[in-house]
Design a protein around this ligand. Structure first.
Ligand SMILES: [Zn+2]
Length: 293
């Protein structure tokens, strides 16, 4: 969930996939097509030099009941996955990191993740991905899963939705899905200084989930994930505890030869035009802001 989303009026979300949304998508697609030659030239140059970066997408909820910008309809999600499959190799976070470590990547690649843990994802989207052997990482806010209470950002939008059950998370883990941590209460870690709170929200919840699903938790994703929501102490603690990586959500590609611990992600936007725009190496996106954590 991006922090900027929670500031939008709820009624806006009801307009998703309506005329306003398609005008927006048409403009983005027009821009992408107009800049296609330079994008193709850039991609070919990066392939030639082995510097092709890897994109990681984060989704939240796939459902017919599109209530907010962090929900995508099954039809739209299927279109996105089909487009990704046709144009990229879909890799796990671990494969993404090994390409970064090798210092060379010539294959257009993308990784898929989900944040929060919405029950409805288990109705169609996750079985659909599993059926096709598409790897993905599923970041879970443990407190909501255990209490079965709606996420605060949904309550604030007056649209409380069910989180996954721990049984569903266990089934996903048993099916080979990488389960990651996403704090205990979906707290904004950028506002927390108390090391005990940080340790419990991030690592206490991951240790507990690991015990519940009998699998190691190797990755963590910051709630909200914008630069202001990150916390350098968490990065340091995560490295010390031997996590494989930590995800943000402010955008940006992951380049070969750079530190693979901090994985940058793009929003799995309901608009395929926007996803295409980000994933096809837009010059503006390639220069996206970096941070030193
Ligand atoms: Zn989240």
């Amino acid at each position: 969930m991006q922090s900027q989303d929670t500031k939008l009026p709820y009624k806006y979300y009801l307009l998703a996939n309506t005329e306003m949304f398609s005008i927006d998508s048409t403009l983005i697609e027009t821009y992408r097509l107009a800049t296609l030659p330079s994008r193709c030239a850039m991609r070919m140059w990066m392939q030639h030099t082995g510097t092709l970066p890897i994109g990681i997408l984060f989704y939240h909820r796939i459902s017919e009941n599109v209530l907010n910008p962090w929900t995508i309809s099954p039809q739209a999600f299927r279109r996105q996955i089909e487009w990704l499959k046709a144009n990229y190799e879909i890799v796990s976070l671990e494969q993404c990191q090994s390409r970064m470590v090798s210092g060379e990547n010539r294959r257009p690649s993308v990784a898929i993740t989900f944040d929060d843990g919405y029950a409805e994802n288990c109705q169609w989207a996750l079985p659909y991905l599993l059926e096709q052997n598409i790897p993905f990482t599923y970041f879970v806010t443990l407190g909501n899963v255990l209490s079965q209470s709606a996420f605060r950002h949904d309550i604030e939008c007056n649209a409380p939705l069910s989180p996954n059950s721990i049984e569903q998370i266990r089934e996903l883990a048993d099916a080979g899905v990488e389960i990651g941590g996403h704090t205990r209460t979906h707290i904004d870690l950028g506002t927390v200084a108390d090391p005990e709170v940080l340790a419990d929200e991030v690592f206490g919840s991951m240790d507990e989930m690991s015990e519940l699903i009998k699998k190691p938790i190797r990755y963590f994703a910051f709630p909200f994930g914008q630069l202001s929501n990150l916390n350098p102490v968490v990065f340091q603690m995560a490295r010390e505890r031997g996590l494989l990586g930590v995800c943000s959500a402010y955008g940006g590609f992951n380049f070969p030869g750079t530190d693979p611990f901090h994985l940058k992600r793009f929003h799995g936007d309901p608009s395929l035009a926007r996803v295409k725009n980000w994933m096809t190496y837009d010059q503006r996106v390639l220069r996206s802001p970096d941070c030193n954590f």
